[in-house]
Design a protein around this ligand. Structure first.
Ligand code: TRP
Length: 372
């Protein structure tokens, strides 16, 4: 899947630059739950903490549906309206995202893969024999490049992928068993929060956070995320971070509006998921994908745009919300990065860039960070 080996820029980064960060923070307002739902469900919801209902009758599926319902109700009551991007990745969404990654316009995946393929053995040499723990692993295709390098150097490798999609994890497990049998595979089906407490036991380890997924977190979430990483990694552990450093508006616009329409299908899938899981009865022909690059915020904003008035039923909550024609519901933000800001920012969390690998066009960077 790599598009030919690209010239490596193998530079050690000086980490003393200014700490200036852009101020495009997204405010994360939380609507009190009792303002959203009928009184009879308030009590049921009061038992939900990070989505887990405490009722004896609850099943994991019912909990997951309720978590989605609550998130949709909250997000659609926010201003501007938005949906939590993690719900894009159900089984269908994960498949569609794999298609996006194969599109010619979506340079991020293949560029990052070519960087990893060229840098893998150097990374293994620098970290030594560490367990690899991957957040949002998806198909783990890129990670195999790294696993091969660890197996080659150390004879075996330990790999813990973490993903909210159980289907993606089982595909990854089958593929890795077939291609790299020397890998000890132990997956975590869940969110990042589920894996942080396990990191200490996995140390010495390297946390993999690839695909510029960090760009999908807003500023508040980003700071919380890096604090947790810093807390749970031990000094001497590593983090391998892949980020999109692209700047060209036309290239970015094309990457999020691929001609084959997979980006559009991916965005629309979260609304189709509401129909499947929440009984929302949305007319899918009247929802469009919009993705636009906003240069002064250095981010792509992705929306579902409603082409007519529609009522969104959220059956598990007995609640209906009206969305008007022309309204745009934010489904994802994808921030782009400048190394001269990112590297000193990470330093404030005790994560020092030991090495930065980049492609010739400087569209993607892979940072080898060490917890100091
Ligand atoms: N994590 C991906 C990114 O930020 C998400 C993504 C890629 C995406 N293409 C998309 C989300 C199209 C919605 C629509 O690049």
């Amino acid at each position: 899947m790599t598009g030919g080996r690209e010239t490596m820029t193998d530079q050690t980064v000086v980490t003393s630059a200014s700490l200036g960060l852009s101020d495009d923070a997204i405010s994360a307002s939380v609507v009190p739950i009792d303002s959203l739902v009928h009184p009879h469900v308030v009590r049921r919801l009061a038992g939900l903490s990070s989505g887990r209902a405490t009722s004896a009758a609850s099943s994991p599926e019912a909990d997951a549906t309720m978590e989605f319902a609550v998130s949709v109700a909250r997000g659609l009551s926010d201003h501007p309206r938005r949906l939590e991007s993690r719900f894009l990745y159900d089984a269908q969404g994960s498949d569609l995202f794999e298609r996006i990654c194969e599109q010619p316009e979506y340079y991020l995946t293949r560029t990052e893969a070519s960087i990893l393929s060229a840098a893998a053995s150097d990374i293994a040499e620098k970290t030594g024999d560490v367990a690899l723990v991957e957040l949002g692993s998806g198909s783990s295709i890129k990670t195999r490049l790294l696993l091969d390098a660890y197996v080659e150097r150390f004879g075996s490798a330990r790999y813990t992928p973490v993903d909210v999609s159980s289907s993606a994890l089982s595909v990854a497990e089958t593929e890795i068993a077939a291609h790299c049998p020397q890998v000890d595979f132990d997956s975590v089906h869940g969110t990042y929060d589920d894996v942080f407490p396990r990191l200490e036991a996995l140390s010495p380890c390297m946390l993999l956070f690839l695909g510029s997924t960090v760009g999908n977190l807003d500023h508040v979430e980003t700071a919380a995320f890096w604090s947790r990483v810093a807390t749970h990694l031990k000094p001497g552990d590593f983090c391998l971070l892949g980020v999109d450093t692209g700047e060209d508006p036309d290239v970015l616009h094309a990457a999020y509006n691929d001609a084959a329409g997979h980006s559009a299908a991916f965005t629309c899938n979260v609304f189709a998921r509401m129909n499947r899981e929440l009984g929302s009865s949305l007319d899918m022909d009247a929802i469009d994908h919009v993705a636009r690059y906003v240069p002064h915020l250095r981010r792509v904003e992705i929306f579902g745009r409603f082409l007519k008035d529609q009522d969104i039923e959220i059956e598990p909550l007995g609640h209906t919300l009206r969305v008007s024609r022309g309204e745009m519901i934010l489904t994802e933000v994808s921030r782009k990065f400048r190394l001269r800001q990112l590297v000193p920012y990470l330093c404030t969390f005790g994560l020092v860039a030991r090495h930065v690998y980049a492609d010739r066009d400087r569209r993607v960077a892979v940072l080898l960070l060490e917890r100091t």
